[in-house]
Design a protein around this ligand. Sequence first.
Ligand SMILES: NC(=O)c1ccc[n+]([C@@H]2O[C@H](COP(=O)([O-])OP(=O)(O)OC[C@H]3O[C@@H](n4cnc5c(N)ncnc54)[C@H](O)[C@@H]3O)[C@@H](O)[C@H]2O)c1
Length: 428
Amino acid sequence: MKIAVVGLGYVGLPLSLQFARSCVSVLGLDVDDKKVRLLNDGQSYIKHISPSAIADLVTSGKFSASTEFSRIKDVEAIIICVPTPLTKNREPDISFVLETGRAIAPHLSKGALVVLESTTYPGTTDEDLREVLEKGSGMKAGTDFHLAFSPEREDPANRDSNVKSIPKVVGGYTQTCLNKTISLYSRAIDNIVPVSSCRVAEATKLLENVFRSVNIALVNELKLVYAAMGIDVWEVIEAAKTKPFGFMPFYPGPGLGGHCIPIDPFYLTWKAREYGKHTRFIELAGEINTAMPEHVVNRVSTALNHQQKALKGSKVLVIGLAYKPNVDDERESPSYVLMRLLIESGATVEFYDPYVSVIKPTREHPQFAGKKSVEWSRATVENFDVVLIATNHSALNYQELGTWARCIVDTRNAMASVKDASAKVWKA
Ligand SMILES: NC(=O)c1ccc[n+]([C@@H]2O[C@H](COP(=O)([O-])OP(=O)(O)OC[C@H]3O[C@@H](n4cnc5c(N)ncnc54)[C@H](O)[C@@H]3O)[C@@H](O)[C@H]2O)c1
């Protein structure tokens, strides 16, 4: 079997490799020719994907990458994994999905299956994408070609999580579309979970992400409430999670980050308006989570105050640019917001991240492009008035940090196990 995967990022690349390992011949398509060149050279641009895993599959001919979309005429199935961000006004931007639809439609062969994996609002697959594909191909979905939605459940940096063993939800435009999709994914993935439509599959992914966003907001709010009562929320969560049923731990932090949790819930908010419905939980969670960076900056200010220093003119080292521990993905990271707020208050800000040596250009924070991580050394750390832990990478030596830093503001409870440092640690 030969398939194409469009969009070779954090979702599309591991998925391509899993299919290729399962004896499916995979053509990876991307608009970024640099990525395509690197992959065909057997190199990786994602920390947790080893170059050898790619090189072996390129050498065996099971995987190749290209920017030529006309090559999809030779494949039986196309899986779309392109970005679904929000616009400046925080509305869904499905332009990448539609662009992909337009690019593949003229080359679609009769009987081919198109599966969308990008997270999006219910109706994207059977309304927006279907329309573009039908118009560009002159064929009918469900009759001449097949259409489905299957959400990705990537858990970057979790070593126990791999594409093969994570159950895959699939919903088809028709029953035949569903059957084709089940048979495609069964080649590479152990457990397939069929649902009754593309929309149910789209809504499932949104439920999963809204669930995280709301629960993170809950513990972020409790962090503030309990702190006012002199209670440490992290100690409370450790105790609560010993309950063997009906509880799942979520942890507070400096705000939401990544490509999914801060964005996807608002896809539902936007679509719900079409039906005259409001997503109050999503809005409230968004409000609480986006207020976190300001709370953290206030804590930095208080910590400095206790040293007779003002935020203005102080040197702040932000630790961790990635949005979560042990990954190199800094998209939507709250660290950017923290850095911006600190600079706006007159502080001098540097960052240290073992996995992000230099900041790539981003649409949201262009001012930081090219900024480099400082080196990890006593001389460097000692030089800052305060160190702000935004991301708790496990590779960091927190014992050294506890010895070297003058003052630490900790948003992740990363210093909890470091002996003799508590006097200089401010939880935030
Ligand atoms: N990263 C995650 O952990 C994760 C988890 C679940 C779902 N998702 C969802 O999966 C989708 C993809 O996310 P990602 O993290 O892989 O994004 P990504 O930015 O890492 O990768 C997207 C890739 O698509 C390419 N691309 C952009 N426009 C294209 C086009 N028109 N044609 C072909 N390629 C194009 C980009 O060059 C890039 O390589 C999003 O909808 C996201 O919400 C991501």
